[in-house]
Design a protein around this ligand. Structure first.
Ligand code: UDP
Ligand code: MG
Length: 335
């Protein structure tokens, strides 16, 4: 392990810990998060930096981040050129983390910085990944908790790489893991899956997830559904297989039905009565075919996306350590 002890506060030295905070319209939360981080880290030997990724926020997030970076050189700001989504923002932050370990944190204080000492302690024991497992999720609706619960179970049934249940992005990732993550070239980044895919020695600690401190979640059910679909399609080809099995089952049923029809015709003659059954078979087969095509299409669309090879994110404002950000920050209202 290449973790170092206390170091002088020279902003050119890599810190021990890099906190990575994706921020999308989090103006009301950033200062509170920074304060809590400072309080937690005040008594600790590790040097740290906090990489705040502004994911195309439409409020004062960028201005507040810039101000904070001027006051505290440990805060570094990464300004993406537009809203790329949380997974891309997190990727950007992790790519720029210089620490011996990185800890992604949600800006809304749902991931308590108070857990950091525990994460670090397990890391010091020799683990490369320390997951923070949610024991409870306060302030989230029953439906959200139920769908999240179902997602983890479905995912783990059909994915080749299981992801730890009830674990968000809040975890400690050591340098070897960060380097491994950088080698993964995919554009559709389902981070939870990628974290699990790289492996390494993993352990977990548990915590109670607090409700969002201020503002509103941007994850409505449509977005969550797409996110879940992305996760499953990135880590499993089960939907393709299910489509083939479904096709097989339907063919088998149709064959049995044909035998039945033949027997009836031979035994009781043919009293032209086929319309309803014909319609049912036609619509059913049509439906199954469209569904199978849709599944193939979902994968093909992703292949197309990957083949374009566009970068996962674009940075509008170069990241500089601490005071370097003070230059002339572009306002988030710029076109
Ligand atoms: N986030 C982001 N880009 C987005 C949406 C969200 O960087 O397009 C950040 C957001 O600022 C927060 C974290 O991702 O720090 C989690 O978002 P949120 O709290 O809305 O999700 P939830 O906790 O409800 O799953
Ligand atoms: Mg949240």
């Amino acid at each position: 392990m290449n973790a170092k002890g206390p170091m002088p506060a020279d902003s050119n030295d890599p810190p021990v810990l890099s906190f990575v905070v994706p921020c999308y319209n989090e103006a009301a939360n950033i200062r509170a998060l920074h304060e809590r981080l400072c309080t937690v880290m005040a008594g600790r030997p590790e040097t740290w930096e906090c990489i705040c990724v502004n994911d195309g926020s439409r409020d004062d997030t960028l201005a507040i981040l810039m101000a904070l970076a001027t006051e505290d050189p440990r805060v570094r700001v990464l300004d993406l050129s537009r809203n790329f989504g949380k997974e891309a923002a997190l990727t950007a932050g992790l790519d720029h983390a210089r620490g011996a370990a990185a800890i992604p944190l949600d800006a809304d204080l749902q991931d308590p910085p108070e857990l950091v000492p525990e994460l670090v302690a397990r890391w010091r024991e020799g683990y490369d990944v320390v997951n923070a497992v949610r024991l409870s999720r306060e302030g989230e609706s029953l439906i959200k908790r139920a769908t999240a619960h179902a997602f983890y179970r479905v995912f783990n049934r059909i994915s080749k790489v299981p992801i730890p249940e009830d674990t968000g992005d809040f975890r400690l990732l050591s340098r070897p893991v960060l380097n491994a993550l950088r080698q993964l070239p995919e554009r559709r980044r389902f981070m939870k899956g990628l974290f699990a895919w790289v492996g390494f020695r993993t352990t977990s600690v548990s915590y109670h997830r607090a409700p969002r401190q201020a503002g509103q979640t941007t994850w409505n059910y449509v977005r969550l559904w797409r996110f879940a679909l992305d996760g499953i399609l990135s880590f499993s080809d089960a939907p393709l297989r299910i489509a083939s099995y479904l096709g097989l089952a339907v063919s088998l049923l149709s064959f049995l039905y044909a035998v039945n029809l033949l027997a009836q015709t031979l035994l009781f003659g043919n009293p032209v009565k086929g319309y309803p059954s014909l319609m049912v078979a036609l619509l059913f087969l049509g439906g199954v075919q469209l569904m199978a095509l849709g599944v193939i299409g979902e994968y093909l669309g992703r292949v197309y996306d990957e083949s374009k090879g566009r970068p996962v994110y674009l940075i509008r404002h170069p990241l500089e350590a601490g005071r370097g950000n003070a230059g002339s920050p572009p306002s988030s209202a710029d076109p």
